[in-house]
Design a protein around this ligand. Structure first.
Ligand SMILES: [Zn+2]
Length: 217
């Protein structure tokens, strides 16, 4: 799980959300050298559902919210490896040229990325009324489908916040699964509350490697 791919500006509130482009490149090289292959979440889902084949050591590289560096820095690194990313896009991030305007998202899709929903305004979904919950969960899916003509089959909870009521809305909206900020390996029994491995700006390649090796493979 990545957020901003850029150097953290001095004094920024959450510097660990920023991963330096050189660190990202080093982390992806580490994966390639250690036999990993990035795949979309949909391919993992297909494997879990009916055993559709996956490459050895499959890993999903996901990017939350929709930040400019995910296009300018992450896309070229992954493209060189022939790997897709998974973009968990907040719909409102399409509105600014400083985040991810539609033309940038289209280039990512053209490179094989998967587009998944991450609401419209990024609220804590456990604290909104039912009308807003549905607008954020279902409305974000239809907005992205309408704009990009791709399935948008997975959902990512803003700030990892969910409860049974939120999960029920995600299922009702037709998503096949959803990702959280719970730390660990994704497992099929948690298809609507999949864990991920958070990568922090302070990790560099060494801690990144330790996190992956610590989970076993
Ligand atoms: Zn987010």
């Amino acid at each position: 799980m990545y957020h901003v791919i850029a150097a953290a500006p001095a004094g920024v509130a959450f510097p660990d959300l920023f991963v330096r482009p050189a660190d990202f490149k080093g982390q992806m090289s580490w994966l390639a050298q250690h036999g990993y292959h990035a795949v979309t979440l949909h391919r993992v889902y297909d494997y879990w559902r009916d055993g559709s084949p996956l490459p050895s050591h499959p890993i999903v590289v996901s990017f939350d919210d929709g930040y400019l560096g995910q296009h300018t820095h992450a896309l070229p690194v992954l493209r060189k490896l022939g790997w897709p990313g998974v973009l968990n896009l907040k719909v409102n991030a399409l509105k600014s040229r400083y985040t991810l305007p539609p033309w940038r998202v289209r280039q990512m899709l053209a490179a094989g990325w998967e587009l998944d929903a991450h609401t419209i305004t990024h609220p804590d979904l456990t604290h909104v009324d039912d009308a807003q919950l549905w607008r954020e969960v279902h409305g974000s899916r239809t907005a992205l489908q309408h704009e990009f003509h791709v399935p948008v089959d997975f959902f990512c909870y803003p700030s990892g916040r969910y409860d049974d009521h939120v999960v029920a809305a995600v299922r009702r909206a037709g998503y096949l699964g959803a990702t959280t900020t719970n730390y660990g390996l994704a497992r099929p029994r948690d298809i609507y509350t999949l864990s991920r491995i958070r990568i922090n700006g302070s990790d560099g390649v060494a801690v990144f490697a330790r996190k992956l090796e610590g989970l076993g493979r």
